[in-house]
Design a protein around this ligand. Structure first.
Ligand SMILES: NC(=O)c1ccc[n+]([C@@H]2O[C@H](COP(=O)([O-])OP(=O)(O)OC[C@H]3O[C@@H](n4cnc5c(N)ncnc54)[C@H](OP(=O)(O)O)[C@@H]3O)[C@@H](O)[C@H]2O)c1
Length: 333
């Protein structure tokens, strides 16, 4: 092992010297080393594109103007996907769309409240209308969520309806509405994969068949350990984890993978009450082995991976994005 390492270091040093020397022989060696480095970089870029790139994919992300949803929209679009998103506040959505367009990102959207049947139907209609031909969907990110924190015995029917309607019913209903589009997306991708073309690059890195991807934005509040998140919120997130497992098995035959991510505290407007309060922030950091609060981009990277060909054999799984919170038992400083 040591010998191999030394050999590699000697080789790298020789190549560095060749590229800085000026004699004709070393100039040729430098050119050869440069060409080899260029070829390696091109191979790496092409491999990354085939494994992690989302070119040609159509994605729908709920709640994309702030926090985690916004980071997911940007991550997917930067990786090449065409993204459609929504929020309830039309003005904020328009401002976000204008910013994304100015950056050259392919993002469209519609104002919609996914906690209502009309909002969900309107969103899918607007999404389908954005197509010239028959609509298909390759990626659905169920991101929208809300919370009402109270002592459990004080929850009202209104609180229950708000938390369950936004976090659970909206996900169940929107995903059911989107299911035919996701199935069509998987069928179309597989046809394209068979016919060759851009997506045939997949064959070079593994023969996994193309699939559509659904990702649910759950939370570590879903357990097993309990946390001071509000018990209704916790119950909806536990339900999402179980939905991911059930849907993964039921829809594997349709070419649809279903996964979930479970963040601990992430620096977003939803978590501002906790993250912005020094005393509560200190408690959060003490429970987080990485000793930092997550960023929306920390979650977006994992979501993108779960949509990519690199995760082709992952389904039914819930991935924590929590700086080690769930792994920690008793680790006081
Ligand atoms: N932040 C955290 O610490 C954390 C931790 C674990 C899990 N999560 C989960 O991550 C997800 C996103 O949280 P976040 O912190 O990014 O939230 P956020 O900062 O409140 O952002 C929510 C986004 O969704 C939109 N939205 C909210 N309700 C909507 C509705 N009914 N219909 C359409 N759009 C809606 C919001 O825009 P409008 O208000 O304009 O509609 C906004 O764009 C949630 O499911 C949450 O439970 C968050």
């Amino acid at each position: 092992m040591q010998e191999e390492l030394k050999k590699r270091k000697r080789k790298a040093k020789a190549s560095r010297m060749a590229s800085t020397s000026t004699s004709p022989t070393s100039a040729a060696a430098a050119a050869a080393a440069g060409a080899a480095a260029g070829a390696a970089a091109a191979a790496a870029a092409s491999h990354a594109l085939a494994r992690f790139g989302l070119h040609g994919k159509r994605a729908l992300v709920t709640g994309g103007t702030k926090g985690i949803g916004r980071a997911v929209v940007e991550e997917l679009a930067l990786l090449g996907a065409e993204v459609f998103t929504c929020s309830r506040t039309a003005r904020e959505l328009e401002a976000a769309l204008a910013e994304w367009r100015s950056r050259g990102l392919l993002v469209e959207g519609a104002a919609a409240d996914v906690s209502t049947p009309e909002g969900r139907e309107g969103l899918l209609r607007a999404y389908a209308d954005s197509f010239e031909g028959e609509a298909r969907l390759d990626i659905l990110i169920n991101n929208v969520g809300t919370n009402v924190k109270k002592p459990s015995a004080e929850y009202t029917k209104g609180d229950y309806d708000r938390v369950f309607g936004t976090n659970l019913e909206s996900v169940v209903a929107l995903t059911a509405l989107a299911h035919p589009l996701l199935k069509r997306g998987a069928e179309a991708s597989r046809r394209e994969q068979k016919a060759g073309g851009e997506r045939a690059a997949t064959a070079a890195v593994g023969a996994a068949p193309e699939a559509s991807a659904v990702v649910l934005v759950s939370s570590v509040a879903g357990g097993p350990p309990s946390m001071r998140s509000g018990s209704l919120y916790a119950a909806t997130k536990a339900a999402l984890d179980q939905l991911a497992r059930n849907w993964a098995c039921e829809w594997a035959r349709d070419g649809i993978r279903v996964t979930a991510v479970r963040p601990f505290y992430i620096d977003t407007p939803l978590a501002a009450g906790v993250v912005g309060d020094p005393a509560q922030l200190a408690q959060v950091l003490a429970a987080t082995p990485s000793r930092r609060v997550g960023s929306p981009q920390d979650v977006a990277g994992v979501v993108a991976f779960l949509c990519s060909r690199a995760s082709a054999h992952v389904t039914g799984e819930t991935v924590a994005v929590d700086g080690g919170y769930l792994a920690a038992g008793f680790w006081p400083e």
